[in-house]
Design a protein around this ligand. Structure first.
Ligand code: URA
Length: 212
């Protein structure tokens, strides 16, 4: 199976991403820009949702009009930075259900361990969109998606803001069936597993917790 990786290269997304990356961007600016870019990422991630038809009356006449007809949606935030993409996804689909997965790095194995998992259970009948702004090593993303598969999810997509080539390789090897949507493929990871050029710590920038 060939993995699907989509880079949303729309000029508005790339412009907003530049503004968001700047170290002088305030918490408020960062939050606002992440929300705006999240709308475009969600738009792309949900591009293949099936449509049905309903009859409606416009003020002018009756018409057969398109309406979402397929599976219901669940958005799954990988805590805590994933919450920054949740708002725009819910703007797009207000009726979606929400799950949250908390993963923390085990300092001995350096692998993610689950500390929180609250996800709507009818995953097999739903489109499940996993949200995490930074695909760095890829280990958390791989684990989060695996957790969803373990409870029966079949249709899964992964949305991030930035991806490192190392993370894309790890992710697509583990889950070639899960489309990946991002705004940028950056250059590499540094020795601390931060994305370069990146934007720093997405959680700190989103919540204003740097140095806390
Ligand atoms: N997580 C972040 O928040 N930033 C990175 O650069 C890598 C992982």
């Amino acid at each position: 199976m060939t993995a699907s990786v989509t880079v949303v290269d729309h000029p508005l997304v790339q412009h907003k991403l530049t503004l968001l990356r700047r170290k002088e961007a305030s918490t408020a600016e960062f939050r606002k820009l992440l929300r705006e870019i999240g709308l475009f990422l969600g738009y792309e991630a949900l591009r293949d949702l099936p449509l049905g038809k309903i009859m409606i009356d416009t003020p002018v006449c009756q018409m057969e009009a398109p309406i979402l007809a397929g599976k219901k949606l669940t958005f799954i935030s990988v805590l805590r930075a994933g919450d920054g993409l949740l708002g725009p996804m819910l703007d797009l689909v207000p009726s979606a259900r929400v799950g949250q997965i908390g993963l923390a790095r085990n300092e001995e194995t350096l692998m993610p361990e689950k500390y929180f998992f609250k996800v709507p259970r009818d995953t097999a009948a739903r489109v499940n969109v996993v949200l995490d702004p930074m695909l760095a090593t890829g280990h958390s993303a791989v684990r989060a998606v695996q957790e969803m598969k373990d409870i029966g999810a079949k249709d899964i997509r992964f949305v991030c803001l930035l991806a490192a080539p190392e993370g894309i390789k790890t992710f697509t090897e583990a889950h070639p069936d899960v489309p990946l949507i991002t705004a940028s493929i950056d250059e590499r990871l540094n020795e601390k597993a931060y994305i370069v050029p990146g934007l720093g710590d997405a959680g700190d920038r989103l919540f204003g917790t740097k140095g806390v």
